[in-house]
Design a binder for this molecule. Structure first.
Ligand code: NAP
Ligand code: ZN
Ligand code: ZN
Length: 358
């Protein structure tokens, strides 16, 4: 069966309350069941959703909580039904670790829309125990929610793909926005936004970054390859760009007006909301009627799309822009993320850090 006699323990970094301060925490992992993969975490990206969760922004947080859902690791052990993965192989885990497998989204392989999906942390697993995420030495994950990392990709570079990357790839595919020549906007140049620029450019789109300041302008144009850069407070530039975009991927993580961005869209343009925002957003109806525009949203991507996106990333020879940090820097990293001070994703070197619960 591949299972062990006793439950094993692991050490992670957990938030204990809405202050969001992480500290070492030892907890049990279930045994490797027949469909499970036991993984030693090497790298884990820090997504703004982790910040929302540790700070209880949505009022749904349970503690102790080990966040982290952009996980790249090495297979230590597999269950008896697992033939897709081998010990020693590099694999990835994202935001999901379970789903019902029966509902319509599950049947259509879009388990990210299953109403019974299980999140990789801050959720309850089928055994009734809390799930814990990737800022930990090890994880046990059902094989369906594990992806292979294509050979040749640098593992630390891959971490942000497992949430941020698939989060932009999935809506572009789903809403028919893959065709080259489209004009796309990326609103908010953070972790998800920088993936948006990379992926949209690789699809052959003309990409405009819309940012709250001009601080990232040079990097966006010279290093990330964006075609145009708009500062949202520059009324003249925003006016000049009216009616020019087929879609906008809106990654802003806090409440913000939608109308300035709806104005940038062409006829039938789409505003795709990504940010997890706990206050109502507002717009007047003519802003969407006159131009038949849509406001929609999208939630990560399916396991299939994750695999497809990893292949796409490899085929196009893309790379992410990350800042690697150790586990002992994690609280500082969250603080900097909150202040919009990261270019563009923190990736924690879990393997290279010592984790001891005192
Ligand atoms: N839908 C999904 O499936 C999904 C998946 C992943 C993440 N998310 C959510 O998407 C949002 C973005 O995630 P992320 O990891 O990309 O975050 P991030 O790295 O913090 O980037 C967000 C960007 O938004 C802009 N921004 C504007 N006002 C801000 C403010 N008050 N505070 C911070 N940033 C502000 C900044 O860009 P400029 O400097 O260019 O203005 C910032 O870089 C979060 O709400 C996250 O929870 C959703
Ligand atoms: Zn995320
Ligand atoms: Zn389901």
């Amino acid at each position: 069966m591949g299972s062990l006699e006793a439950e094993r323990t692991t050490v992670g970094l957990a938030a204990r309350d809405p202050s969001g301060i992480l500290s070492p925490y030892t907890y049990n992992l279930r045994n490797t069941g027949p469909d499970d993969v036991y993984i030693k975490v090497h790298y884990c990206g820090i997504c703004h959703s982790d910040l929302h969760q540790i700070k209880n922004d949505l009022g749904m947080s349970n503690y102790p909580m080990v966040p982290g859902h952009e996980v790249v690791g090495e297979v230590l052990e597999v269950g008896s039904n697992v033939s897709r993965f081998r010990v020693g192989e590099l694999v990835g885990v994202g935001l999901l670790v379970g789903c019902c497998k029966n509902c319509q989204p599950c049947q259509q392989d879009i388990e990210n829309y299953c109403s019974k999906k299980i999140w990789s942390y801050n959720d309850v697993y089928v055994d009734g125990k809390p799930t814990q995420g990737g800022f930990a030495e090890t994880m046990i994950v059902e094989q369906k929610f594990v992806v292979k990392i294509p050979e040749g990709l640098a593992p630390e570079q891959v971490a942000p793909l497992l949430c941020a990357g698939v989060t932009v790839y999935s809506p572009l595919v789903h809403f028919g926005l893959k065709e080259s020549g489209l004009r796309g906007g990326i609103l908010g140049l953070g972790g998800v936004g920088h993936m948006g620029v990379k992926i949209a450019k690789a699809l052959g789109h003309h990409v405009t970054v819309i940012s709250s300041s001009d601080k990232k302008k040079q990097e966006a144009l010279e290093h990330l390859g964006a075609d145009q850069y708009l500062v949202s407070s520059d009324a003249t530039a925003m006016q000049e760009a009216a009616d020019s975009l087929d879609y906008i991927i809106d990654t802003v993580p806090v409440g913000h007006p939608l109308e300035p961005y709806l104005s940038l869209l062409k006829l039938d343009g789409k505003l795709i909301l990504m940010g997890v925002i706990n206050t109502p957003l507002q717009f007047v109806s003519p802003m969407v009627m006159l131009g038949r525009k849509s406001i929609t949203g999208s939630f990560i991507g399916s396991m299939k799309e994750t695999e497809e996106m990893l292949e796409f990333w490899k085929e196009k020879g893309l790379s992410s822009m990350i800042e690697m940090v150790n586990m002992d820097y994690i609280n500082k990293a969250f603080e900097r993320l909150e202040k919009n001070d990261v270019r563009y994703r923190f990736v924690v070197d879990v393997k290279g850090s010592k984790l001891v619960d005192q």
